[in-house]
Write a protein that binds this ligand. Sequence first.
Ligand code: DAT
Ligand code: MG
Length: 139
Amino acid sequence: MATNRTFTMLKPDSLEKGNTGAILEKINAAGFRIVAMKMTQMSTKDAETFYAVHNERPFFRELVEYMTRGPIVAAILEKDNAVEDFRTLIGATNPADAAEGTIRKLYAASMGENAVHGSDSDENAEIEGNFHFSGREQF
Ligand code: DAT
Ligand code: MG
């Protein structure tokens, strides 16, 4: 069966609130296989690079501050239709608009602190996974 991959980060607020285990359990229960995972902290340069597409947006500095303020859990996940199914599992960017039962509905406080990242395309999943993991760290 063909499978593909997406990239996720449990953002600093998720770790601060002790939600890491609960979020990983939801990811597991939804049928994603973890093929890379680590706890790490992004530098300012890392976050500016990772979110470069947003660098003209008014919230960019706030986003960089948030993403660098503490550790994250980064992971690559494998499943059929991984990118789209993971976006469905996490819910809308703004938790106020996220569907019931989604990770952002359950665990995100606001648009600015929305608990998790999920890649938005197969191409970006590969770029983002390779940003955080060497080939040897991807199983
Ligand atoms: P997503 O994370 O759902 O892919 P995005 O790529 O549009 O959303 O934006 C990346 C992150 O930037 C998002 O998770 C939270 C932050 N962000 C986006 N829009 C924002 C806004 N209007 N105000 C504050 N933060 C925002
Ligand atoms: Mg995005």
